[in-house]
Design a protein. Structure first.
Ligand code: HPA
Ligand code: ZN
Length: 329
């Protein structure tokens, strides 16, 4: 099974590029850019990676992201992730970034998008891995601040396919961003949203009402039979992240995770790594953890991957081309 998992073609739909910042790179950039972080060495960084909940993770994640300054930093970060994709047989990735985290520190958006897209182009040319970029709005900030960020993103429309919503969930429901989502849609962006990670299933319903075409996480959907039925009938993809849910205590134990049960009910469930540098592993490790805890069949493992292909923002032709890789494998 381990070998089957390693070579299974994978598509990643829920990955925060700032969440791929490995401790070594964090320390290096902290020194290079002279940005102090509250950790002196690798051990101290790793010790900080014991989280109680989403917020305790976000505090460390934003401290980490503060070391990213130059265009080359964003390039190096993204390139390192694309090399991980190669190793994990990820053939396509849809990558989140948090523009406000950088704009707020005075980093121009051109540097952020420039560095990331440069690495994505190189990955397409040299590694044969395709990708798209999704800009996430920080939900702990106001809608007004989000709209300002959205306006800065408009000139980069050709590089950014969708707008997402992330950060501290409880108390910041999707409905707080009704106008922002409407504006993003008018501008031609697709919409996705983190919902039902820590907060309840009504956040998922709200995200769908606002036009989200995928739900990031969605773990709490099973508290409503009606919602589960809706997600099934409409094939609304759930981009689930097992190791993240375990690290942030969304699930006490992966044997209790609902992702396989939801797959078996016919939902479009996918497996993703979220913030792999913080949660203990990239795609293969997530697939392996699911196998160890829940023992899905090979067919079910393949289905997670095929679901991700179906749920991706690629064109019909691109999907057909990637589908061939499943039968070569
Ligand atoms: N949830 C919310 N915000 C985030 C996450 C997450 O899992 N990762 C990075 N920002
Ligand atoms: Zn996430």
């Amino acid at each position: 099974m381990k070998q089957f998992i390693e070579t299974l073609p994978k598509i990643e739909l829920h990955l925060h590029i700032e969440g791929t910042l490995e401790p070594e790179m964090m320390l290096h950039l902290s020194q290079k850019n002279q940005i102090p972080i509250p950790y002196q060495n690798l051990e101290e960084i790793k010790r900080a990676y014991r989280f109680q909940n989403l917020q305790s993770f976000l505090d460390v994640y934003y401290a980490g992201a503060s070391v990213l300054c130059e265009q080359e930093d964003f390039f190096d970060l993204t390139w390192a992730y694309m090399l991980q994709c190669k190793e994990n047989h990820v053939i396509h990735s849809e990558i989140f970034f948090d523009p406000q985290t950088h704009i707020m520190r005075g980093i121009p958006i051109s540097r952020v998008v420039g560095g990331i897209t440069q690495a994505l182009k190189k990955a397409k040319e040299e590694l044969g891995i395709s990708s798209v970029l999704i800009a996430c709005i920080l939900r702990h900030l106001t809608q007004e601040e989000g709209i300002k960020a959205l306006e800065e993103l408009i000139p980069y429309k050709k590089d950014i396919v969708a707008i997402g919503l992330d950060s501290s969930e409880i108390g910041n429901p999707p409905s707080k961003f009704r106008e922002l989502f409407a504006r993003a849609k008018e501008e031609g962006f697709l919409l996705v949203a983190h919902a039902g990670e820590e907060a309840d299933y009504t956040y998922i319903q709200e995200a769908l009402e606002l036009g989200a075409s995928r739900i990031d996480h969605g773990v709490q959907c099973d508290k409503s039979e009606e919602l589960v039925e809706f997600l099934k009938i409409h094939r609304i993809p759930l981009t689930m992240c097992p190791l993240s849910n375990y690290a942030l205590k969304v699930t006490p134990d992966l044997t209790k995770h609902n992702l396989l049960e939801l797959l078996r009910k016919g939902l479009c469930v996918t497996i993703n790594s979220d913030d792999p540098a913080y949660f203990g592993g990239y795609m293969n490790t997530n697939f392996e953890a699911v196998y160890e805890a829940l023992h899905p069949t090979k067919e079910e493992m393949r289905q997670f991957s095929l679901n991700a292909l179906e749920a991706s923002f690629l064109s019909y032709e691109e999907k057909e081309e990637l589908k061939r890789k499943f039968f070569e494998a």
